[in-house]
Design a protein. Structure first.
Length: 130
């Protein structure tokens, strides 16, 4: 998986999870959800989608990764309480850690520029006027 694919998938998944959280009550599968978490997931998903559309997602991935790492550490240290704004459970903490690791990994991964055969240049020693 490349950087852009990861960023697009992340953006889509976070927006869907955020929207779904509004319709499931307080639990989405194993995860504890509330309005604050749903809004956070939707906003970070939209940011990831915007970054993917601009084809330079590394900075935004690092930002999102650091935000999720901060939330995961806060949830672990404060036993699920995120500054009185929301509550998280161990499944939430694990998900936040996985998102943080993925975002930071792909945020540090250089993006390869794809070239098409017509865009490739000939080697410097090759004759150009054949």
């Amino acid at each position: 998986m490349n950087v852009l694919s990861f960023t697009k998938l992340l953006g889509f998944a976070l927006v869907i999870i955020g929207i779904a959280g509004f319709f499931t009550g307080t639990t989405l599968v194993f995860f504890q959800v509330d309005s604050a978490q749903n809004i956070f997931h939707i906003v970070t998903g939209i940011l990831a989608s915007i970054a993917a559309a601009r084809e330079k997602p590394q900075f935004m991935l690092m930002l999102i990764g650091l935000l999720y790492a901060f939330i995961a550490v806060t949830g672990l240290i404060h036993f699920g309480d995120i500054f009185g704004i929301t509550e998280v459970n161990p499944a939430d903490n694990l998900l936040h850690i996985i998102i943080a690791i993925g975002c930071i990994f792909f945020g540090l991964t250089p993006q390869k520029k794809e070239t098409f055969p017509s865009e490739r240049t000939s080697p410097p020693d090759a004759p150009t006027d054949l």
